[in-house]
Design a protein around this ligand. Structure first.
Ligand SMILES: [Fe+2]
Ligand SMILES: [Fe+2]
Length: 207
């Protein structure tokens, strides 16, 4: 990841620390405390390319999009939500989205956000995994940032266990199945650069 790009081109929103702190207990599930900060950083890098986007909506949505996993038994998360036949359309996938909408609405209301702001955030959270299309530029930034962390060595290391794959098998799946799902050209470029680096360092092909 390029910290330089983030720091030089985009000023981190002051809202972010507050939202991370308020959502802290929801981060301690399913490695959200690694996935979300990494995806947040990718969202900032994408936002640097799109000054016309509503940055606060995108930032809050990426931080809160997966808090719904908190409501689901961790065994079910992996068996039904990652290792089953049709895992992206499994019941727990839909449930983590609807619970995410419910918990995010509660949390943002307590923090004093307006109804219209909350609606913009929850529209993105709703269906973020089970929808095949995006609804706005902010949605595209969130959807891509949600996937981009997996191209980093950390993402491959964490997610390959969720899917019961080796790092090499998972890296190959990213190339074949996940890159085609990305919306923005900057996301595709980042994914390709990160994947080449990750595969080289992880000795993909040899092990
Ligand atoms: Fe999700
Ligand atoms: Fe996610």
């Amino acid at each position: 990841m390029s910290e330089q790009t983030t720091a030089q081109t985009y000023q981190v929103g002051s809202c972010a620390q507050r939202i991370f702190s308020a959502a802290e207990k929801y981060m301690r599930v399913r490695k959200n405390d690694v996935h979300i900060p990494l995806s947040y950083d990718y969202a900032l890098r994408l936002l640097a390319n799109y000054p016309e986007a509503n940055a606060e909506v995108a930032e809050v949505a990426i931080i809160l999009h997966d808090i719904g996993w908190y409501s689901i038994d961790e065994d079910d998360i992996f068996k039904k939500g990652f290792q089953s036949e049709n895992f992206m359309q499994s019941d727990v996938r839909y449930l983590h989205e609807s619970e995410g909408v419910r918990l995010a609405t509660e949390l943002l209301t307590q923090l004093g956000y307006t109804e219209s702001f909350i609606a913009q955030v929850t529209t993105i959270i709703d269906g973020h995994d089970t929808r095949s299309f995006s609804k706005s530029l902010e949605d595209e930034i969130v959807r891509d940032a949600d996937k981009l962390w997996r191209f980093d060595i950390t993402g491959i290391s964490v997610a390959c266990d969720w899917f019961k794959m080796t790092p090499t098998q998972y890296a190959n799946r990213l190339e074949k199945d996940v890159i085609p799902q990305l919306h923005l050209p900057e996301s595709i470029a980042m994914a390709q650069v990160d994947l080449v680096r990750s595969k080289r360092i992880l000795q993909a092909g040899a092990i």
